[in-house]
Design a binder for this molecule. Structure first.
Ligand SMILES: [Zn+2]
Length: 344
């Protein structure tokens, strides 16, 4: 029996040392020291021995148990250390490796132009305001002196929305930023000095200079004793700053239902002195429309035209962007082709 015990110890020691994982080691532990293990099995034979032999046998088997437990403990530590080493090697993170290049975004060119314009207006005492893109027919047309039957409605190919509200009978996508004039005057009254930039929509076929979605800006200044000469001065100052050169402004008669008189404004070409491609050799560039705000518009917005008067002027923000980026096709701004957008 002593031989058997010694053999168990030899086998167990070998198995323990050959264990390379914790699972494997646990199996070995069970095999030799477990409830159904070899040591227990041999102990079941103890009852047939003499007392002396029982004692000796018990002592030996205990010694073996202690030795094996110690070996298992050491092997366990060894395996754990090895696993940590492996992990460190496999999951090694080299912080000095160059990172994968990330794509950097930038402000869209139209937004850049808008910001530039806003800064100039703000410095001249204007407040920047906005209104909803889904507008009522009332604010978009009627309040701006364009009643249902007015022939000027033909100027605006409108996207109507097939939905009614309790307050307004018909909704549409605003065809210009001017309804914000009404909203803002109703809100704050007069005097008022605001810049309204924003998206507008018309049912138009797209070509190099037309889009169904485009951006407008307009300035509104209502106070006591405001005249056309103030308007001329502001346009001169604003676009002089915008194009970074001294410019001249000239007016031509125009027609808009919401201004009286109505004018179109042109500025001397900021890109040349003797004529160039941009101004089509005319030395002047058409920039937008303007005029003194019609008394009917002031009334619709709750402002007394006997006490207050003022001007409004505006145009296409897309057009300004085309001019300063020397882009000849408006559609490029919204096609989101990075090759184009990255240039600005
Ligand atoms: Zn020119």
């Amino acid at each position: 029996m002593e031989k058997q015990l010694n053999q168990i110890q030899i086998d167990a020691e070998k198995d323990i040392k050959e264990s390379s994982s914790l699972d494997q080691l646990l199996e070995v532990e069970k095999k030799y020291l477990g409830k159904k293990g070899s040591l227990k099995a041999i102990l079941s034979q103890i009852k047939d021995l003499s007392i002396e032999e029982k004692k000796a046998f018990g002592k030996l088997s205990n010694q073996i148990k202690v030795v094996l437990n110690e070996l298992i403990f050491k092997q366990k530590k060894l395996i754990e250390d090895q696993e940590i080493q492996n992990q460190l090697q496999n999951e090694f993170l080299d912080v000095t490796l160059p990172s994968i290049e990330t794509q950097k975004g930038s402000t869209h060119v139209l937004k850049q132009v808008q910001k530039k314009l806003e800064e100039i207006f703000i410095n001249l005492g204007f407040e920047v305001v906005d209104g909803p893109e889904v507008e009522s027919e009332k604010h978009n047309f009627e309040d701006l002196n364009i009643p249902q039957s007015h022939p000027a409605r033909d100027m605006y190919d409108t996207f109507f929305i097939d939905q009614k509200t309790e307050k307004y009978n018909r909704l549409l996508l605003r065809t210009h930023t001017s309804p914000v004039q009404i909203r803002q005057m109703l809100k704050q009254g007069a005097p008022i000095k605001v810049l309204i930039p924003g998206r507008t929509f018309r049912y138009e076929e797209a070509d190099a200079t037309h889009e169904h979605t485009f951006m407008q800006y307009e300035g509104l200044y209502i106070d006591k004793d405001i005249s056309l000469s103030h308007l001329k001065g502001y346009i001169e100052e604003i676009f002089g700053q915008f194009f970074g050169s001294k410019i001249e402004v000239r007016f031509r008669p125009g027609f808009f239902p919401f201004t009286e008189p109505s004018l179109e404004f042109e500025i001397s070409c900021p890109f040349c002195e003797k004529g160039c491609k941009v101004c089509k050799q005319t030395k002047y560039i058409e920039l937008g429309g303007c005029g003194m705000v019609h008394p009917n518009v002031l009334k619709a917005a709750g402002v007394d035209p006997e006490k207050f008067q003022g001007f409004a002027f505006g145009g296409g923000l897309d057009r300004l962007a085309m001019l300063i980026t020397q882009t000849n096709d408006l559609r490029l701004f919204r096609q989101n082709d990075l090759r184009f957008l990255k240039q600005f």
